[in-house]
Ligand binder design. Sequence first.
Ligand SMILES: Cc1cc2nc3c(=O)[nH]c(=O)nc-3n(C[C@H](O)[C@H](O)[C@H](O)COP(=O)(O)OP(=O)(O)OC[C@H]3O[C@@H](n4cnc5c(N)ncnc54)[C@H](O)[C@@H]3O)c2cc1C
Length: 362
Amino acid sequence: MSDPEPTATAVAEPPAAAATAAANPPVGTEPAAAAAADPTTRPAAEREPVGARDGFHRVVVLGSGPAGFTAALYASRADLAPLLLEGNQPGGQLTITTDVENYPGFPDGILGPELMDKMREQVRRFGTECKFEAAVEVDLDVRPFVVRTDENVYRAQTLIVATGATAKLLGLPSEEHLMGYGVSACATCDGFFFRDKEVVIVGGGDTAMEEALFLTRYATKVTVVHRRDELRASKIMQDRAFAHGKIAWVWNSVVTEVLGSREGGVEAVRLHNKKTGADSVFPTQGVFVAIGHQPNTEIFRGRLEMNDVGYIRVREPTSRTNVDGVFACGDAMDPIYRQAVTAAGTGCRAAMDAERWIEVQD
Ligand SMILES: Cc1cc2nc3c(=O)[nH]c(=O)nc-3n(C[C@H](O)[C@H](O)[C@H](O)COP(=O)(O)OP(=O)(O)OC[C@H]3O[C@@H](n4cnc5c(N)ncnc54)[C@H](O)[C@@H]3O)c2cc1C
């Protein structure tokens, strides 16, 4: 990805992986040469303060959501001059929403994209180098670790994985257009905006049932639209949802379009009944998509321990992974809470863990 906002502090980077490997062989493959080239293995007096040299960084953060920026904030204030790779969604998930009212410190709420711009500004102030690149490959079997993007190769003494998760969506243009304007992928985040309104929730798993039940606190009616005639959710969640007087059901149906406008919000959904083939318009004031999340951890598969969905396992209560020197935070390791503030909290943990780990190595 091209860098729309090149940073003034960018270090001279080798043009290609081969050049980097030749100039800076990974520690472990050619020990003597690598030790000479590697700032962490030189005596303290000879060492450059901290920061980047020939693509080497003490801390490389992958991800520019609340977790990545918080990790970078702490690492940069600890004088570790981190490199932060923003990935393909600079600013992370909050850039696809509008009002965020549950991030502390903003009594009037703040727009998601604005909050993320502020976080970027804050980390840059303390010396984080932010690059609009995505890691396409990582080698965690060499020291320093190697991180490859389409543009560059970086070497990292420690790696903080804050690559987040992607809420699965229906893939409809109208859904994308109205996201944050009546369409949401997070009931905990946005339920509050639907007080005394009627909403639809799409999905049939545990998350959909949890979100439907949560939404009954605000909405007058919650209609679950499910593409089959039975739920995937656990028995206990089904029982709770079936027993709730505010929850209604539309079976064997899929949403094919969200009707409404950014000015006026959602007005209805167009439904297609898969059994009868009939199309209908169902009036509603909100649409919650609850069909699951996919953690963005594919490049670590087979190397970092994960659960079966792909959430990275950490050594609770720390952010340590099964690879020494690699730390994980935010939605990439959190299948439960998935909030901006919890992501930021674990980002702080990851930076402090990395800092302490580096201290022990030195
Ligand atoms: C529509 C919507 C509304 C929401 N509203 C709220 C709300 O109001 N309040 C709230 O608390 N939470 C809300 N959330 C949840 C919140 O956005 C997430 O919990 C939070 O953003 C997670 O932060 P994160 O830093 O872990 O990851 P993300 O925000 O998911 O960011 C991940 C980052 O990793 C980067 N990345 C991915 N792969 C790579 C790679 N290979 N190399 C480099 N970088 C990579 C991406 O580009 C991105 O910058 C909402 C979520 C959605 C989808």
